[in-house]
Write a protein that binds this ligand. Sequence first.
Ligand code: CP
Length: 312
Amino acid sequence: MARKDLLDISALDRTEIEHLLEQSIPFKELFTRSVKKVPALKGKSVLMLFYEPSTRTHSSFEVAAKRLSADVTNFDVAHSSITKGESVRETVETLQAMRTDYIIVRHGRSGLPGMIARQTKASVVSAGDGAHAHPTQALLDAFTIKERFPDPTGKKVLIIGDILHSRVARSTSTILKKLGVEVAYLGPGSLVPRTGPENIRRFTDYKEAMAWNPDFVYLLRVQMERQDVQFFPSLREYHRLYGINDSRLEEIRKRGLFIMHPGPVNRGVELCDAVMDYERSLINDQVENGIAVRMAVLYWLKPGGSLGSSPS
Ligand code: CP
C-alpha cells in the first residue's frame, strides 16, 4: 500500500521497507545508461523547501526527481517572505495554492514536516527534521549494507559519535533493527543516551566496542550546531578517544570492516584523511545510493490524499 507521506522510517513495516529497497535496484541500474531519465513522474511537480543547509540530501532529491522527469522548484528560504516574518503555515498555504505534488522539507524543528503534511494534499518527505528523523538516509544506509550482504540478518553495525543529537542515528538504527541487524552505539557518555531504542548495546570505550566485532563502523559528525553546552573537553580529545586515526584505520583494514558516514565529514575530528581513500569506505556508495532510494520513494508515494490523514 502506497502512502501519502514519508516522515519517519519507524512508520514503515518491514515489507514496505523491503519493497522500497527492491524498487531502488532498477533505478540504480539506470545510472550506468547514457540516458538516465525515465518518464515516471512526467507532469508532476516537486518543491524543495530547505530551512537548514544541505549538500547531499538536497542535490540527491533534486537529481532523483529530475531523473523521474518531474519539474523541480527550489524554494529560496533566504530570499522568501519568511525573512519578513511569514510563518511556515502561511508559506505552505501559499505553496498549496500552486498545487505542487511533492514537498521535500528539511527543518531544524522536530515534527515540522508532519505539521506540513497535515496541511497539504502534496506528498511530504522529511529530508531531516531536528534530532528526530531522516528517513531517506536510513533507506540509503540499509540499501548500501544490503549491497554487501543481501541478507544482513545478524550483521553488526557500530555507530560512533554524537548519537544524542543525530536524526541519522535514530532513523538508521531503527531501519537496521527492522532488518535484523545488530546495532551498538559508541561515544562519550554525555552523547550516548541511556534511554531510547531497546536491544542496542552502548559503549563509551573504543576498545570494548571493537571487541564486540562489528562488520560496519558508522561514523557520525559531532553536531556542534545543536549543542548549547560543552559535551566533551575538546574536539582534539574527542578525536583521541573516538576518532578513526591512522592506527585505528590499520586495525579496521586488517579486520576487513566497512566504514560508513552520512556526511558532511569533519576531517581531523571523527576521521583522518586516509579514511576517505580506504578501499572499504562506503561513503561515496552512500551518496550514489541516495539518488536511487529517493527515486524509489518519490515513485512509491501517492500525492493527493485527504488532508490531516497522513499515517506516516
Ligand atoms: N547526510 C546528510 O543529510 O547530508 P546533508 O546535510 O549534506 O544533506
